[in-house]
Design a protein around this ligand. Structure first.
Ligand code: ZN
Length: 246
């Protein structure tokens, strides 16, 4: 009897000590344009708006669990170039309606908030929200105008925000500034969908958005890891280098 108890205790101790340590880290890698690869602390990989367009090339070897598509434009929906066998979540099946998505994949809740790309011209756009590890990541897709009160309350508190800043097909820089003001962003802002060497047709480079901004972190690389136990005192703006995959 005592031997058995000791054995059980020993086994319990063994199981507890060899259990792999859960990471407190989330990783965000920039592929370019509006395409990010998010890896949760439990290793779930979410890819947003896959890009294979003009000078942007989707790298080999990425096999995400989930791919989200904010809307069906060619610079956002190249699911055909993504490796593996991911679940693909289309935010808009037509250009008139955003799909009311709300699902859970492993420890990640994914839901949409409807918005407009450019009303009357390009139709609708899905804002994708990812909740996991007690954080919220919001990818605004090709948002075409500042947020309404309903959208602000549906989006809620944001830890990480991906926001288009290149203008013309999306919000302009002043509107992007307004959206950043509208949302309560606890950790970081990632500008996206701006003029680069890979895509010169947009009016604004990221530098226009960065003017007069503080807490800008230009990363010499395409990936940044955040320890979720550490909260920054102020919201930081991260500029990642999409070219690192070339
Ligand atoms: Zn676009």
């Amino acid at each position: 009897m005592i031997k058995n108890i000791i054995l059980i205790l020993a086994l319990t101790f063994f199981t507890l000590t060899v259990r792999p340590q859960e990471s407190d880290e989330v990783s965000i890698r920039y592929i370019g344009h509006s395409c990010f690869l998010i890896t949760t602390s439990e290793g779930v990989q979410i890819l947003t708006d896959p890009v294979e367009f003009k000078g942007y090339h989707f790298p080999e070897g990425i096999k995400p669990d989930i791919v989200t598509v904010s809307h069906n434009h060619i610079d956002h929906n190249r699911v055909d170039v993504v490796g593996g066998n991911p679940d693909i979540i289309y935010g808009c099946l037509s250009n008139k309606k955003v799909e009311p998505i709300d699902l859970v994949f492993k420890n990640v809740r994914i839901f949409t908030v409807p918005s407009y790309h450019d009303p009357g011209k390009h139709g609708v756009n899905a804002i994708f929200i990812f909740d996991f590890d007690d954080i919220r990541i919001v990818h605004l897709g090709d948002l075409g105008m500042a947020l309404s009160d309903d959208q602000i309350s549906a989006i809620g508190n944001v830890d990480f925000l991906m926001i288009p800043v290149g203008g013309q097909f999306t919000i302009t820089v002043p509107e992007a500034n307004q959206v950043v003001e509208q949302l309560k962003i606890r950790r970081a802002v990632f500008p996206m969908h701006y003029k680069t060497e890979a895509f010169t047709d947009l009016p604004y480079s990221v530098d226009v958005f960065l003017q007069k901004k503080h807490n800008v972190k230009r990363i010499n690389g395409n990936e940044v890891k955040f320890n979720l136990k550490i909260k920054p005192a102020n919201t930081e703006i991260y500029v990642l280098d999409y070219k690192q995959d070339e």
